[in-house]
Design a protein around this ligand. Structure first.
Ligand SMILES: [Zn+2]
Length: 129
């Protein structure tokens, strides 16, 4: 069973693997099946980019494996922050047609890519702490 202590150990392991030690990351376990019931999310990544800080709420009423996948997934969003900022900045510089195209491309690419990377990394490094 996943405990808060184990989740924090896992977060440290993954912060090291992903070289995210320069970020102040707080994993916030939520005793529910969803962190955002309306959107159906089981985890979120709330970033304060200027402070290099992030809070990651994760729904704890899931299988251990799913909790770890959620955590690695959200940490990858933190890792990819510079890329996302670049994308957002470029979108502001181009016209509405290019901006809309970029947005729809980003939406098609970002989430599946992050999920695939999370699974690939978990296959290599394992689900344990
Ligand atoms: Zn995501």
């Amino acid at each position: 069973m996943m405990t808060e202590a184990k989740l924090k150990r896992l977060a440290q392991k993954w912060q090291r693997i992903l070289r995210l030690q320069d970020w102040d990351i707080e994993i916030a376990p939520v005793q529910a099946e969803h962190v955002d019931r309306q959107a159906g999310n089981t985890a979120l990544c709330e970033r304060q980019v200027n402070e290099h800080a992030a809070t990651i709420p994760i729904a704890m009423m899931q299988q251990d494996k799913e909790i770890v996948e959620d955590m690695v997934h959200e940490l990858l969003h933190v890792k990819l922050t510079p890329l996302e900022l670049l994308y957002r900045n470029v979108r502001q510089l181009v016209g509405p047609i290019a901006s809309n195209l970029a947005e729809s491309c980003w939406d098609d690419i970002d989430e599946p890519l992050v999920s695939e990377l999370a699974h690939a990394l978990l296959e290599v490094h394992g689900y344990g702490d």
